[in-house]
Write a protein that binds this ligand. Structure first.
Ligand code: C2O
Ligand code: CU
Ligand code: CU
Length: 577
């Protein structure tokens, strides 16, 4: 097949046939997942249901587990009685939507005791009280020009700091870890929002503890809304919490401990339970119309290959409308897209043709995760790696988890419950975004590789206080990020600035197959990005405009967002002077 569907090419995925064969036996979580127990899911459901009915929704860390009304009618109507209902962020509670509108917020990093379970988002959380409501890891709703004032109070027994991932801020507000907030201490952030509309996020950034703290529950979403976003919502009749829903994906292991093995540290910490907004394998009742999902991959390390399919396995193409850097200029039809750690996608799925009773699943499809290097040098078991599995879907190792990266799984079930009249066309223009002018750009190149037991950028590992990459403010640079053939994919992220992906070169076949233009770019490379996955053997060229309005040199970071790699030192300081 050579046909393109306005962007994403619709072809067989890149995995070799024998790998696909092997992956067919992969688990489909919604059918037979080893949940804690049906009873547990039910309890959680009861809590969520109870919370929905009250004005002050109790966040998980404060939840009263005692009393709940009986939601049996709604619950029993569902197909898989064990599946929890998707947690939809409301106006309080877990991921609750909170518009500070310039008012100062106090965010406390807290550790809840005794309630840690496989399905809880915790045990760590950002606890916020505002306007008489309590929030856990609130979704911050901002507009360009807003002032964000946050007082971070650290009630953990470890140092921490919050980084606003994707936001264009000065070095002091970036939370890049050059200073930390000790136990019992506080730190004040105060900056003006300069980004365009889009999904951003926040998470801790204390070097060496980022992976642990994020994994254990410290993460939250930021939604910035501007005129383009309002126009889109108006045109498509999208209502937040009903037809416009954020999905935060995180893979977890049972329990709340973060105890990576040597192998986890070299490949990244994978969980075998994929949580969507805090619960595993949830469902959402939907009508036959257009839905918008904004998806954040908040996993420490796992890359997903997202697609929608019917229960019988036929693909339901979706429309990609945005990514890390906000709305694309025009919508792109896709069948599947990779989503690496820290990346975001904004998409529309059209359920107008779905029949009542039909089920559409958001899934991660089988792919070859291409973990090569590190396998043969994993310090724990030298010589124990089976090289015949190189390039195999499991990369030859289990990473301490029973769900190998690249193995397929259903993540969320959309249950079509009612016919609704809906005839809004998707606007052909979503936003405007001028290309970055690279006429006078300076070139810089970065090599990603593994040596002496560590992942490195340009053979360096991060050291506090080491000389930074120096960039002159107001200049445009093009960066060529090259990954070794024997490497593994690295999700490269720059603080403080978004970049334009110019080209992908010498990409693996699975990536070439998803290319949408002559530069080898993927649909998810269009617009602006702050994180880009660079596959083994691949080179990705990006353009960055280092203009900023802050006086003096500003400190940022460039690093792999596989959090085990980042904590292991796959990170370089960047100073924009
Ligand atoms: Cu999302 Cu330096 O991080
Ligand atoms: Cu960041
Ligand atoms: Cu990496």
């Amino acid at each position: 097949m050579t046909s393109r569907d306005a962007g994403c090419r619709l072809r067989g995925i890149g995995a070799r046939p024998q790998q696909r064969q092997r992956l067919k036996s992969g688990t489909f979580a919604l059918n037979h997942v080893d949940r804690m127990s049906a009873q547990f899911s039910r309890r959680r459901f009861l809590q969520q249901f109870a919370a929905f009915g009250t004005a002050s929704l109790m966040p998980p860390v404060w939840r009263d587990r005692g009393s709940s009304p009986d939601p049996a009618a709604d619950f029993c109507a569902a197909g898989d009685a064990k599946a929890p209902r998707l947690w939809i962020p409301g106006d309080s509670g877990f991921l609750g939507r909170l518009a500070p509108r310039g008012l100062p917020l106090t965010m406390r990093t807290v550790e809840s005791r005794g309630s840690a379970t496989a399905n809880s988002p915790g045990p760590l959380a950002y606890a916020v009280q505002s306007g008489g409501r309590r929030y856990t890891n609130p979704t911050l709703l901002l507009q360009p020009g807003d002032e964000l004032r946050v007082n971070l109070v650290n009630a953990l027994s470890q140092p921490t700091i919050v980084h606003w991932h994707g936001l264009a801020v000065d070095g002091n507000n970036d939370g890049n870890g050059s200073f930390l907030v000790g136990p019992g201490e506080r730190y004040s952030y105060d900056f003006e929002v300069r980004n365009r509309s889009g999904m951003y996020w926040y998470h801790p950034h204390p070097h060496g503890l980022t992976a642990e703290q994020t994994y254990r529950g410290l993460y939250g979403v930021i939604l910035i809304e501007d005129g383009d976003d309002r126009a889109l919502r108006g045109a498509l009749d999208l209502v937040p919490g009903s037809t416009d829903i954020s999905l935060v994906l995180q893979d977890r292991r049972p329990g709340s401990a973060y105890a990576p093995t040597q192998d986890d540290l070299s490949h990244g910490f994978l969980g075998d339970h994929l949580h969507v907004n805090g619960s595993e394998g949830p469902y959402l009742d939907v009508g036959s119309r257009l839905y918008r999902f904004r998806v954040l991959n908040a996993a420490n390390a796992r890359t997903l290959l997202l697609a929608f399919r019917t229960a019988t396995g036929s693909a339901i193409p979706f429309t990609l409308i945005g990514n890390d850097g906000g709305l694309l200029t025009t919508p792109v039809r896709c069948e599947r897209t990779f989503l690496a750690t820290a990346e975001r996608i904004d998409l529309l799925v059209d359920l107008r043709d779905a029949a009542v009773g039909e089920v559409v699943r958001l899934e991660t499809l089988a792919f070859d995760p291409m973990h090569f290097e590190g396998a043969k040098v994993a310090p724990a078991e030298p010589g124990a790696m089976d090289h015949s599995h190189h390039g195999g879907a499991a990369g030859g190792h289990q990473h301490g988890a029973s769900w190998p990266e690249g193995a397929p799984r259903a993540l969320l079930e959309l249950r079509v419950r009612k016919r609704v009249a809906y005839d809004r066309p998707i606007p052909s223009r979503l936003s405007s975004l001028p290309a970055i002018d690279t006429a006078n750009a300076e070139d810089r190149s970065f090599r990603l590789g593994f040596a002496k037991g560590r992942w490195r950028i340009n053979d360096r590992v991060f050291e506090m206080g080491a000389p930074p990459i120096e960039v002159r403010r107001g200049t445009v640079e093009t960066w060529l990020i090259r990954n070794y053939h024997t490497s593994m994919p690295h999700a490269m992220h720059l603080h403080g600035f978004h970049f334009e992906v110019l080209a992908r070169e010498t990409s693996p076949d699975a990536i070439v197959a998803l290319g949408v233009d002559a530069h080898g770019r993927l649909a998810t490379d269009l617009g602006r990005k702050d994180t880009v996955l660079v596959w083994p053997g691949e080179s990705v060229r990006v353009a960055i405009d280092f203009s900023h309005p802050y006086p003096g040199p500003q400190a940022y970071l460039f690093h792999c967002h596989n959090l085990e790699h980042e904590d292991g030192g796959m990170m370089l300081p960047v100073s924009v002077v």
